[in-house]
Design a binder for this molecule. Structure first.
Ligand code: MRU
Length: 355
């Protein structure tokens, strides 16, 4: 049975509180945009696609509770609430991409005189409700494309040992996952010899969430400290690294969980292919390079404390960037629902062919 981290049915939204996993599985109600914003900001839900899905669904929930208002006011309210949701976390682009698309939709509906206020709201909610379905289909396509690419590079018996970082699975998406979706697809083909996942300090998405998903799916796996990556690549055969992304710039530079860049450097040193798996909603063609990506810095307490207990020397100052940018030249391929692209091909093959 796959994990269901986001439950939505007829205007009711519940999410698995990721701050409590893996020790406690507790769903919390998201009753509207304010709850959605708080759940994203506090990381009760996290992972670029899941942030966008929960943010938008929280708006769908809120709209279904509201009394009818005239079209112009509805349009204004929707735009304001979407922009508010975008402000919950700055680095992942998916919520912004979704907000831009939904604002375009509501503008078009507003201009269309044959659509009244109730129809406008219904069509808008319908578009949001499609998001998890599309994300799941995209994830499955990413899984297949990534598995094909990794297997195509194998010269031995075809069994692979893969390293991943952070959490990119059912907990970070609508279901299935991006990088973890690639691992799931490889496992479904009986091609996984072993998966290594990093702890992913300081929030421990790897130790708490990816390990939880791997154990749940009975995928042979081992947890390593973030600092063990170089030793792992030196001492054990690693076939490929596959990670997710929070924002990919037009040149292929990729923002992902802090620590991704150093894994890419080590992979390059050891000749291990390094794949980024992400849906097109994570690619930001409006920025030329990773230099323009805003990196979220999180509270010191995430580093200094574990489960409420201080572990760092009192008085020390901390730097806690939540993401880093891996330069495109260290990336073997970007795995999307449209196939695998070398970073330098993104613009030509994806943006220019999109229209
Ligand atoms: O801070 P987080 O947990 O939201 O960061 C998540 C990541 O960096 C993931 O790798 C990324 O969002 C891809 S999720 C499919």
């Amino acid at each position: 049975m796959t994990l269901e981290a986001i439950k939505y049915h007829q205007g009711e939204l519940k999410i698995l509180d990721q701050l409590l996993l893996p020790m406690e599985s507790k769903y919390i109600d998201i009753k509207g945009v304010e709850d959605g914003w708080k759940a994203i900001h506090s990381m009760q839900v996290r992972g670029a696609p899941a942030i966008a899905i929960v943010g938008c669904l929280s708006l769908a929930v809120e709209l279904q509770k509201e009394l009818p208002v005239e079209k112009k006011r509805l349009r204004r309210e929707i735009e304001g609430k979407l922009n508010y949701l975008v402000s919950a976390r700055p680095t992942a682009v998916n919520m912004k991409t979704a907000a831009d698309q939904l604002i375009n939709l509501v503008n078009e509906l507003d201009k269309n005189d044959s659509v009244d206020s109730d129809q406008m709201k219904a069509k808008f909610i319908e578009a949001i409700e499609e998001m998890p379905k599309k994300d799941l289909a995209d994830n499955r396509a990413i899984g297949e494309a990534g598995a094909d690419a990794i297997l195509a590079q194998q010269t031995n018996d075809g069994l692979v040992r893969v390293l991943t970082h952070c959490n990119t699975g059912s907990l970070a998406t609508s279901a299935f996952g991006t990088a973890l979706g690639v691992i799931r697809s490889l496992h479904a083909r009986d091609k996984i010899e072993h998966v290594y996942c990093t702890e992913t300090r300081p929030y421990n998405q790897g130790a708490r969430l990816t390990a939880y998903e791997l154990v749940h799916e009975k995928i042979p796996s081992t947890l390593i400290c973030d600092s063990a990556v170089a030793a792992l690549m030196r001492t054990r055969r690693i076939s490929a690294v596959v990670v997710g992304a929070d924002r990919v710039a037009a040149n292929g530079d990729t923002a992902n969980k802090i620590g991704t860049y150093q894994i890419a450097v080590v992979a390059n040193r050891h000749g291990v292919p390094f794949y980024v798996a992400a849906p097109l909603t994570t690619i930001d063609f409006s920025i030329a390079s990773g230099k323009q990506i805003v990196i979220e810095e999180r509270p010191e307490k995430e580093m200094t404390h574990v489960n409420g207990m201080r572990i760092a020397a009192p008085g020390v100052t901390c730097w806690n960037p939540a993401f880093d940018v891996t330069p495109a030249e260290l990336i073997t391929g970007i795995v999307t629902e449209k196939g695998v692209f070398s970073p330098s091909d993104l613009i030509d093959k994806l943006q220019n062919s999109a229209g």
